[in-house]
Each structure stands twice: as C-alpha cells, then as structure tokens.
Design a protein around this ligand. Structure first.
Ligand SMILES: NC(=O)c1ccc[n+]([C@@H]2O[C@H](COP(=O)([O-])OP(=O)(O)OC[C@H]3O[C@@H](n4cnc5c(N)ncnc54)[C@H](O)[C@@H]3O)[C@@H](O)[C@H]2O)c1
Length: 461
C-alpha cells in the first residue's frame, strides 16, 4: 500500500512515517520545512528516516538510505501544480494529511499563514484526493475546535460552532470541507482531533520542551492562567497507534467513486440510503419544529455582548461574551427538513438533541467520520510541571501569568467511538511519557552538541 504523509518532517508526521515504514508500507512524505520552529529539528527528524540534507531542494524526490520504501519531497501544499503532479505520478491509495500551520497563539499574529496552509492547502489536498481515487483521507483536526466548551469530556457529538482562535476555525473548516467532499464525491474521509501531543522529537513551541529547556538552563518558566489549566496530554506513540488503526479503517466501507462522471452512478446507489434518510429527516422535522420554539441562534447560546470584558483579553470570559450573532432571514413557512445541523456536532440546547452525521450517520450518508484521540485522563498543569521537576531533580522558578487569548482552561477527550470502532484507547501516563521525552532531549542535545536557543515566548500546551 502506498501512503502519502504530509507534514512528514513535523513532530507527528515523522513518528507516523517511521511506524508505517516499520510495518512495510511504502510512503511518500512531503513538507515545506518552514521556519515556524527551528528547521534543524525537522532535518534531524528526516535524517532518522534516512533522508539526507538534499531534502532542502524543492520538488526533488529524495530516497531514504534506510527505508527502501520511503521518498521525501520538499513541497508547499499551496503549490497545486506540483501536488497534482505528485498524486498523478505516485498513485497513492491513502493519504494522511498532517501538514498545517499549528499553534493557537501564533494564529493571533499570523492569520494569513493559517488560511494559506490550512485552508488553501487543505482544499488542494481534497481536490487531489478527489481526482486520484484516494481510498481514505485521514487528516489532522484538533481538540481546539471545542473552544470554551464546558461540558466534559469533549465528545465528537458536542457542538463545535464557536471556535476561539483562527487556528481552531481552520481545523473546524477542514472538517466541514472534508464532509462536503465526502458527500459529493464519495471520498472516504476521517478527521482526527488530537489532544496536546507530547513525546520525543516534540515541538519546541510546546510546554514540555520549553519547560525542560528553561529548567535545565536555570531560567524561569511561564505558567499561564496562574497554573489553573488542565490538559489531556497524549503521548506520541499512542497518537500514532490510533492514526494507523484509523487509516486502515475507512468509514462507510469501500466507496470508490470520486470523479464528476461517477456522481450520477453513485446517486443511484444512494437512492435507497436517501429513502432511509428521508424517514430520518421526517423525524428531524418533528424535532426541529419543537426546537423552533427554542431559538437556537448564537444569541441564545452566547449572552449579551460586553466589549469591555472582551477587551480585557480573558478568553474564558471572551468565550461567553463574544459579540457574535447569526439570524436566519427566511420564510418560516417553508419546509424545515433541510435545516439540518452541520457535521461534527450534536446540538446541546434543550433535551431533544438532534444527532448529526459525524457520529451516528443519522443525517449524512457520506463516508465520513471524526474521532478524538486523547488520553482521556486529564492532568493539572502544575502536576505536569511537578513530573518534569521530579525527573530532572530541580525545581522551576515560576512566573504566574493570566490566561492567554485563544487558549482554553481545560481539555478532556471522550474516546468512546475510538474504543467501540477500533478497540483502542491511549494509555501512556504522563510520568512515563515525560521520562521518555527527557531521555530523548538529553540524548539529542548531547549528541548534537548543538547550541539550541529557541526564542519562543509562549508555552503551547
Ligand atoms: N502536536 C499537537 O499537540 C497537535 C494537537 C492538535 C492538532 N495537531 C495537528 O496535527 C498536525 C501535526 O502537528 P505537529 O505537532 O506534528 O506539528 P508540526 O509543526 O511539527 O508539523 C507540521 C509540519 O507541516 C509542515 N507544513 C506546514 N505548512 C505547510 C505547507 N503549507 N506546505 C507543506 N508543509 C507544511 C511544517 O513544516 C511542519 O513540519 C497539524 O495539523 C496540527 O495542527 C497537533
């Protein structure tokens, strides 16, 4: 099986490529090796999989010296022509799309990068999948789509219509775009909402790396929201195990029609399903009629605007006070059967929740799924810091700071559909995972004798 992994010089992409190669898959990796964080770490990851520094050259396939089944090409997702050429040449059966501009806080200052990589780039991937008969597209979403959701744990059936960072908005948009392609062209697509991934070869802009570096250099660490943060930290090997299982498990069986010509044929096949859906829609109509008495607009979900609070920069408050509204303007006598919720959420208002297609397939017949991949065992930030301190035998000097805009106080994954569909649940404890990260960190910097001085100001967790 030949698999395209995008973002293969990145943290998760590198680990995934290694796992796929070790089990005998053929892999082509692409990445633009950008400077969001030190590209030397990306080259060092590539070297681990036998890719030489020749990888610097754009659009030139570099064969691995370790794995005969691995080739790397430096490429921008936005370069549609190169991407289309790659797909036509390689004839992939599956695609795991991890390349993206990551980071919540960076998106406040650099919005265009997010639209370029995460929206334009994602569209190019979808189009290439559509025209090249890809049998399964798996793509990275994020726990950040849950925004200020206060219901714990976060479930894939929760409403995620209120992102609080542009990064989150691009990830939620990816889910919507994937659903559209899945529906229109039968592209089997699965979105993965990763929860704070950590481990060896991890990102230098994230908390574990920054804390470790600062503690080892006797410098203070920044602790946001005065330490009142909880995260569902998920160990990299657990993430990769989940990704591989999901890659092997396309949603909705084997759907092969992707070309425009095949839509007609596929429509016939879908007619039976559509009849079933009609019944479901009738039921929905009743539910929607009941719900019409409860106004579902953002005005109901989000209280009156308060710009002062918003400007105070406290995202916990901003999430609830956002001056944001949506109205329907339409003839309310029209048939309501088409006003179905978008993929990825179950409306939480009122007791008559209307389940959507991402979870139950009640509305959409598209081969489309979304999973959380998280440890479902949240850890307080201060305990996470203690685990690092204990392992390093040093106490960190802490600077306590308020919550950063765009950030959320707590995350926790409900992984029940991962368990029921794939019999899998991440389980590595933070003590174990932090230990393995620190072993790698010490080894990496000793071997490299590398004067590493990342200049990142914030600690992404
Ligand atoms: N690490 C986490 O905790 C976490 C959590 C939730 C979601 N995610 C998502 O998982 C995916 C992988 O994350 P990661 O932690 O490995 O991040 P990463 O930054 O280490 O890897 C992403 C890679 O994509 C490449 N890239 C970015 N834009 C590109 C473009 N336009 N064209 C080609 N390559 C491009 C980068 O050079 C980088 O090597 C991302 O989509 C990220 O948003 C990660």
């Amino acid at each position: 099986m030949k698999i395209l992994v995008t973002g293969s010089a990145g943290f998760i992409g590198f680990h995934l490529v290694k796992k796929l190669l070790d089990r005998g898959d053929r892999v082509v990796g692409i990445d633009n090796i950008n400077h969001y964080y030190d590209p030397q770490l990306k080259y060092a990851r590539l070297a681990q999989t036998g890719i030489s520094p020749d990888a610097q050259q754009w659009h030139r396939p570099v064969a691995s010296s370790i794995y005969p089944g691995y080739t790397f090409v430096r490429m921008n997702l936005e370069d549609r022509e190169q991407l289309d050429r790659l797909f036509a040449r390689e004839q992939f059966s599956r695609v795991c799309h991890l390349a993206a501009q990551a980071g919540v806080r960076y998106s406040l200052e650099n919005p265009h990068t997010y639209i370029s990589s995460n929206i334009v780039g994602f569209l190019n991937i979808l189009e290439a999948c559509r025209h090249n008969n890809i049998r399964h597209l798996v793509y990275a979403s994020s726990s950040s789509v849950y925004g200020n959701n206060t219901k714990m744990p976060f479930s894939t059936s929760d409403n995620v219509d209120h992102p609080i960072s542009l990064y989150a908005a691009t990830k939620k948009s990816n889910e919507l775009m994937a659903h559209t392609y899945s529906h229109l062209f039968g592209l089997p697509a699965t979105g993965l909402r990763f929860f704070t991934v950590y481990g060896p070869w991890g990102r230098p802009d994230m908390a574990l790396f920054l804390f470790t570096k600062a503690i080892l250099e006797n410098k203070p660490i920044k602790v946001f929201n005065n330490g009142n943060m909880v995260r569902d930290f998920t160990y990299i090997d657990d993430i990769v195990e989940g990704v591989v299982r999901i890659l092997d498990h396309p949603p909705g069986g084997t759907v092969k029609m992707h070309s425009a010509e095949s839509i007609e044929h596929r429509s016939n096949e879908q007619r039976t399903t559509n009849n079933e859906l009609q019944t479901a829609n009738n039921e929905l109509r009743t539910a929607n009629n009941e719900l019409r008495t409860t106004n579902w607009s953002a005005a109901e979900i989000l209280p009156q605007q308060d710009n002062k609070l918003k400007r105070s920069g406290n995202p916990a408050l901003a999430g609830q006070q956002t001056p944001y509204k949506i109205y329907n303007i339409g003839n309310s006598n029209t048939d309501n059967s088409f006003s179905v919720p978008p993929p990825g959420g179950m409306r939480q208002q009122g007791k008559d929740s209307v389940k959507d297609g991402a979870e139950g397939g009640h509305i959409t017949s598209a081969p489309y799924k979304v999973y959380n991949i998280g440890n479902s065992s949240p850890v307080a930030l201060m305990d996470y810091i203690s685990a690092i301190e204990t392992r390093l035998g040093r106490t960190a000097e802490k600077i306590y700071l308020p919550m950063q805009p765009g950030d959320v106080p707590r995350t926790e994954a409900d992984v029940s559909n991962l368990v029921s569909d794939l019999g899998y649940k991440p389980a590595t404890t933070v003590e174990e995972g932090i230990g393995r990260f620190l072993e790698w960190y010490e080894e990496y910097f000793k071997i490299k004798k590398y004067n590493y001085a990342p200049h990142y100001q914030s600690s992404e967790i």
